[in-house]
Write a protein that binds this ligand. Structure first.
Ligand SMILES: NC(=O)c1ccc[n+]([C@@H]2O[C@H](COP(=O)([O-])OP(=O)(O)OC[C@H]3O[C@@H](n4cnc5c(N)ncnc54)[C@H](OP(=O)(O)O)[C@@H]3O)[C@@H](O)[C@H]2O)c1
Length: 286
């Protein structure tokens, strides 16, 4: 089975490259922006025809949440229009598409665990472009799988965990938002789940939620990072109002993972256990 990973040098893409080493029976192709630039929409179908993969994992995305407020056209091209073309191709060619989406499709006004049927209402351009992408994906290709995830981090790339470690090493105190609630996702855990899904997904399709277990604020996340890295820095909790960003963020985006757990028989690690594993890797690389 030939598996194509699009966006393979992002956080999730690099974790998939790591996990792929344990799946020698699959034939892997990892594309980056150099081999497939999703902004060149007219090249996508012929690229896919040439490779002719059985499975596509689309990890590519425009992920700069704040910049998307002023670059919504770019965000829409990558997060929506490219997904439109990819999902038409997988549908027409009867191939499997696994596409990744985000908790930012929600407005965060509810404080009830969010399931796959919960009302979506993005409050920023990034979330809006990602919602259009997941809708078009499932409409064009009802056999596809869309996984919404939240607060993704990894030992690769740029993310909250690595930013916090750097800030806490250099400063006596850092300010972190304490009124946005969700759950982090270690990209390595998600990569392993995606592989499990590929191996068991013949008749499975639709929308699924995945993050690590736990319900925390960014403030509590920062405290866990400090504890596990053994850093000495004061963490000051601030409200979203005090910590303004160009794009609004949902206040509550805790994903209900029951559907993915029962469908694919998964046990999901608690966020702190996974964070410990990731921090060990970051420490060893420092
Ligand atoms: N990060 C989060 O907190 C988070 C939370 C929820 C959901 N998600 C979703 O999870 C998925 C993976 O996210 P991630 O954190 O791994 O993202 P990431 O690290 O930002 O990686 C995104 C990848 O997309 C590639 N890309 C950007 N523009 C492209 C283009 N025009 N053509 C081809 N590739 C392009 C990037 O390439 P370059 O590096 O060369 O630009 C990069 O390799 C995305 O769908 C994202 O929306 C992320």
């Amino acid at each position: 089975m030939k598996v194509l990973v699009i966006g393979s040098d992002g956080q999730l893409g690099l974790e998939l490259q790591k996990v792929s080493n344990s799946y020698d029976s699959l034939s892997w192709i990892f594309s980056t922006i150099k081999t497939l630039d999703l902004l060149k929409l007219y090249t996508i179908s012929s690229f896919l025809n040439d490779i002719n993969p059985s499975v596509i994992i689309n990890c590519a995305a425009y992920t700069s949440v704040d910049k998307a407020e002023t670059e919504s056209k770019l965000a829409n091209s990558i997060n929506y229009k490219a997904v439109d073309i990819i999902s038409k191709w997988t549908s027409e060619n009867k191939k499997k598409l696994i596409h990744i989406s985000t908790d930012y499709v929600f407005d965060g006004l509810s404080d009830i665990l969010l399931n796959e049927n919960s009302h979506t209402n993005p409050i920023n351009e990034y979330g809006s472009s990602k919602l259009k992408g997941e809708i078009v994906c499932l409409k064009n290709d009802p056999n596809s799988i869309v996984i919404r995830t939240s607060w993704l981090y990894s030992s690769f790339g740029k993310n909250f965990v690595k930013t916090m470690i750097n800030l806490m090493k250099k400063n006596n105190s850092v300010k972190v938002v304490n009124d946005q609630i969700g759950s982090p996702t270690y990209a390595f855990d998600l990569a392993k789940v995606i592989l499990k899904i590929i191996m068991n997904s013949k008749n499975k399709s639709g929308l699924f939620h995945y993050s690590n277990e736990g319900e925390i604020s960014w403030f509590e996340f920062a405290r866990s990072i400090r504890e596990l890295y053994n850093l000495d820095c004061k963490i000051i909790g601030v409200s979203s109002k005090e910590f303004t960003t160009l794009a609004k963020r949902p206040k509550y985006s805790l994903l209900n993972k029951s559907k993915i757990k029962t469908t694919f028989n998964l046990e999901i690690p608690n966020y702190k256990k996974s964070l410990k594993n990731c921090i060990e890797i970051i420490k060893n690389e420092a």
